[in-house]
Design a protein around this ligand. Structure first.
Ligand SMILES: *Cc1c(COP(=O)(O)O)cnc(C)c1O
Length: 408
């Protein structure tokens, strides 16, 4: 088994090691929950303070033009585009993942009149399923059907308008074959929407090369945009050219928002997917985190992510009561490791008490996210060691570790 000294040698040779100082992490914590809420970039408090004190406090409303507030959703979209394999005019930052899914799913259904089925994965992050229910409820005769991704092909009949899938499963960390699935869905005459919440910033994503029609994703996980930071949406250029219609037709999607005309006339291009004033403080935090991402090589990020997850799997797979739920094949793995344990909840709480922060997803999954920009091999080794000690000592049985907070 690999030793701690060998991990120290891997850290010394790590091409991404210099990124660690870009993050403000507390002492004594091994943070394995960047797949849920990314860490704080060291530069973010200064940038947010500047926007609050200078752009808002001193320049006041002049900042809409002078600080580029009005352009910010597009500017951030152009900066996210290379991280997800999109063109600069195909991405915009706004609202939340759920709201953006509502917009693109409705637009997609309208592009397939006569077809009435939306296929989704029954094990998907539930908000995506709830939104699909909400959208299909607005279309006469439409329905949302849940299938397992490996059963998808059997369900691709002439009634399927749209398929919505997560690129990486939020529980198991399984990575789906984006180009292969997209091609099969489109061959059946349907449109493909990808949710890249768990892959943006975790691995190179190739929306354009995969032929994806639409995508949505959040920025507070691997992209480190901060709690509640705004989401993004992607629409393939070929659809934008045809003027897709989204239902949340607010003034920021209007061709001339400051003409204050009574009728809606959508912008050309991705701007028609905007609805409201951007949340500029959240966008400022995201902007500063993208300054860090701009210098990160996603190929190196992916290589280290696979090495870290390989290491953690190797160190934990033999532990008592543990079963690895994440696929072993690199081509099927995102950037997290999920371990099944019958008492996963108190085990995670006991680990957190030791400074190793992961999280838990019902019924029995302990999730550990691996973020190559700020995690070292040694920390991963230490985290596995702490888990072994928690299991061996049985300390997780203490009653305090079974009390549940509102957020797990
Ligand atoms: C985190 C996540 C979301 C979050 O949705 P919000 O509306 O931004 O809160 C949605 N879908 C998936 C797959 C996620 O992982």
């Amino acid at each position: 088994m690999i030793t701690r000294e060998e991990c120290e040698a891997l850290d010394a040779a790590d091409p991404l090691a210099a990124f660690r100082k870009e993050f403000a992490l507390p002492e004594g914590v091994v943070y394995l929950d960047g797949n849920s809420l990314g860490a704080l970039p060291a530069r973010t408090p200064g940038r947010v303070r500047q926007v609050v004190e200078e752009e808002w406090g001193r320049e006041l409303i002049r900042s809409w033009n002078e600080a580029g507030w009005f352009e910010q959703p597009y500017r951030l979209g152009r900066r996210i585009a290379p991280l997800i394999g999109a063109g600069p005019a195909e991405v915009v930052v706004c609202d939340t993942t759920s709201v953006n899914l509502f917009k693109v799913l409705t637009a997609a259904l309208r592009l397939r009149p006569g077809r009435r089925t939306v296929l989704g994965d029954g094990a998907a992050f539930p908000t995506d399923l709830y939104i699909a229910e909400g959208v299909t409820g607005l279309f006469e005769g439409a329905r949302s059907v849940l299938v397992a991704p490996e059963e998808l092909d059997r369900h691709l009949d002439g009634d399927v308008a749209v398929v919505v899938l997560s690129h990486v499963d939020y529980r198991t960390g399984e990575l789906l074959d984006m180009p292969g699935i997209t091609a099969r869905v489109q061959a059946a005459g349907a449109l493909m929407i990808w949710d890249v919440c768990h892959s943006a910033g975790a691995l190179p994503v190739a929306l354009g090369a995969s032929g994806a029609d639409f995508a949505v994703g959040c920025t507070y996980k691997y992209l480190n945009g901060g709690p509640g930071s705004p989401a993004f949406l992607y629409v393939a250029e070929r659809h934008l050219a045809a003027g897709p219609e989204q239902p949340l037709s607010g003034w920021f999607g209007h061709a001339r928002p400051f003409a204050f005309e009574p009728g809606y006339d959508p912008k050309a291009g991705i701007g028609r997917f905007l609805t409201s004033s951007p949340s500029l403080l959240g966008q400022a935090a995201l902007e500063s985190s993208l300054d860090v991402w701009e210098r990160a090589d996603l190929v190196a990020v992916r290589a280290k992510s696979l090495a870290l997850t390989d290491l953690f799997i190797a160190l934990t797979e033999g532990l008592d009561g543990i079963e690895v739920a994440t696929p072993r094949e690199h081509a099927r793995r995102g950037s997290q490791v999920a371990l099944r344990h019958a008492d996963g909840y108190p085990v995670v709480q006991a680990l957190i008490a030791r400074g190793v922060i992961g999280d838990f997803r019902a019924p029995d999954l302990m999730r550990f996210g691996f973020t190559p920009l700020y995690l070292s091999y040694t920390e991963v080794w230490d985290a596995a060691q702490q888990l072994a000690e928690v299991l061996e000592s049985g300390e997780w049985r203490e009653e305090r570790f079974s009390r549940r907070g509102e957020v797990t």
